[in-house]
Ligand binder design. Structure first.
Ligand code: B12
Ligand code: SF4
Length: 482
């Protein structure tokens, strides 16, 4: 009746995008970590959802709920037309829970991101729509089909023309909640094909670059709006295309920023690239090194570099005043405690500023997962345990306990103050590296002391009476589920 006198209020469609809770991106306890991270709630803002939000039709309402940055878990309410949930493997269990709850309320659910892309059949048990691959290619079709009542149960990005990497809608998120609020994605994918890595397995080996003008504009905007001066480039391999990387770096110089990213170690072969990187403000790089054992590198499918060249390559990159973080992995079939020890010793000798030693995790979709599954070696499909600190497969040369002992020994020995002093030296004073090293060591020290446990070391492997071996069945090492 009202409509005879007043125009009917136009009902706007609404989509809610949800980032499911994950222990690995939420900053919770202890207090000391909260203080050091300026009481931020989460490590990174959910770039995937900010990108999805930018693809929503302009006449829709869009909201992002990031469970990692909120105190309370999300309570589903049927006040929207669509819900989109993104998930890495560790987030997928919570993603499915939320999806089930929304569907019970009659709201249609889209599941996307790395894990649903790897296991679309599993995801489709919890969703109306599974979006495989990049949202830039699938989401516009999903909205269109929804409005035409022709929604399909699956959208695969390989079936649509590829779309340019979108600029995220960061305006929908609160910068005060995140330690890293301005991650910038400059590229997608990686030209290599390591057997454990999700990136080539899910997104293929085609290396894609974003428009340089868009990148420059996003950085300029972040500088103006948030005063950001230091940026993380959220790439798998920043310099997968060297010529393009040089071009980008040269365009970054006038912005006068500092930045860090992940990169392949082969950049050591190009002085032109290293010079451009340094001049554009590169201060740090994470290098995926995995191991110094040639057989282990074979297991990892890391064919593009040989470990005996690591030393000169690291020295060369360091000489450009770029700090290096070595990313290693323990638990490949040719690994044993000695190869893990050698890798840790190498990281110390090479003067890496930081290092991490996660346990090998065969992520769904990878060649490694398929192989271990066919060999009956996958021990659990509890995806919350796919976190790099839990052993989810049967290792070849270790017991589960030994593998975790090797991991913790490496962390302990690498971050021990003696080792930090040797690697970082006092001058020139590397403030950030020192803070990170001390915090890592204190974190371990507090953990083991609090549990009244001996701090693991590689020497324990030769000592049958070492207290570390008194744990019996109980797994002794810290993990996010411990
Ligand atoms: C930055 C980063 C982090 C940050 C922040 C992650 C975050 N967003 O919260 C931190 C340091 C916290 C982190 C932690 C971890 N990470 Co991480 N990380 C990355 C990195 C380098 C970039 C992530 C990113 O921003 N990508 C950009 C976005 C746009 O890409 P995307 O998420 O794939 O999204 C696209 C599509 O998937 C899709 N999509 C995504 N969500 C949705 C939702 C809907 C509805 C739709 C339609 C589509 C869609 O569209 C998007 C745009 O095209 C990636 C590498 C990579 N290639 O992504 C690894 C990566 C995601 N991380 C990985 C891993 C293993 C981890 C850890 C387990 C490591 C560890 N042991 O601690 C933890 C787990 C954290 C967690 N939340 O559970 C793996 C994931 C493997 C897997 N199967 O889950 C990756 C792929 C690295 C790799 N090459 O193996 N990580
Ligand atoms: S080089 Fe790094 S990003 Fe590329 S496939 Fe290997 S592990 Fe993945």
């Amino acid at each position: 009746m009202m409509s005879t006198f007043f125009a009917e209020p136009k009902t706007r469609h609404k989509i809610r995008l949800i980032n499911p809770r994950s222990a690995l991106s939420t900053i919770t306890i202890p207090k000391v970590i909260q203080t050091m991270t300026f009481s931020r709630k989460a490590l990174f803002m959910p770039l995937n959802l900010a990108i999805c939000a930018s693809l929503v039709p302009q006449d829709w309402d869009v909201e992002i709920y990031d469970e990692c940055a909120e105190d309370a878990p999300h309570t589903p309410i049927a006040d929207c037309d669509l819900v989109g949930i993104g998930a890495m493997t560790t987030q997928s269990t919570r993603a499915y829970e939320l999806a089930d709850q929304y569907r019970k309320l009659g709201v249609k659910v889209i599941l996307g991101g790395i894990h649903p892309s790897a296991l679309p059949d599993e995801a489709s048990q919890h969703a109306d729509v599974v979006a495989i691959g990049e949202a830039e290619a699938t989401l516009p079709h999903i909205f269109n089909d929804y409005l035409n009542n022709e929604l399909k149960s699956r959208y695969d990005w390989r079936e649509y023309p590829s779309a340019p990497i979108a600029t995220p809608r960061k305006d929908l998120l609160d910068p005060k909640k995140y330690l890293v609020f301005n991650p910038i994605q400059t590229t997608r994918g990686c030209p290599h094909n390591c057997s454990f890595c999700t990136t080539p397995a899910i997104f293929g080996r085609k290396f894609r670059q974003r428009s340089i003008d868009d990148i420059v504009e996003e950085i300029r905007h972040a500088k103006e709006t948030f005063g950001s001066k230091v940026f993380i480039f959220s790439d798998d391999n920043f310099a997968g295309n060297r010529k393009w990387a040089i071009e980008l770096c040269n365009k970054l110089i006038p912005l006068n920023i500092k930045w860090a990213s992940q990169c392949e170690i082969l950049i050591s072969e190009s002085d032109e690239l290293l010079t451009a990187m340094r001049n554009s403000g590169c201060i740090g790089l994470i290098l995926g090194l995995e191991s110094v054992s040639p057989n282990t590198l074979k297991d990892a499918g890391k064919k593009f570099v040989s470990a005996d060249t690591y030393t000169w390559r690291i020295k060369k990159i360091n000489s450009y005043n770029i700090s290096l973080w070595g990313a290693f992995i323990f638990g490949f079939d040719h690994d044993n405690w000695q190869t893990c020890r050698d890798t840790c010793r190498f990281a110390q000798r090479a003067d890496l500023s930081m290092a991490c030693f996660p346990i090998l995790t065969p992520y769904p979709g990878t060649e490694m997962f398929k192989r271990y599954e066919s060999q009956g070696r996958i021990l659990t499909r509890d995806w919350t345990k796919y976190n790099g600190s839990t052993v989810v497969f049967q290792p070849e040369n270790f017991s589960i306990q030994e593998l975790r002992h090797a991991q913790m020994s490496a962390f302990h020995e690498f971050y021990h103050p003696r080792s930090a002093f040797k690697r970082l030296k006092l001058l020139p004073f590397k403030k950030h590296a020192w803070i990170a090293n001390i915090a890592s060591y204190l974190g371990l020290w507090f953990y083991f002391n609090h549990k009244n446990r001996h701090l693991p070391q590689f020497a324990d492997f030769q000592n049958p009476y070492a207290p570390a071996w008194n744990y019996h069945e109980k797994i002794a090492m810290p993990s996010v589920d411990d």
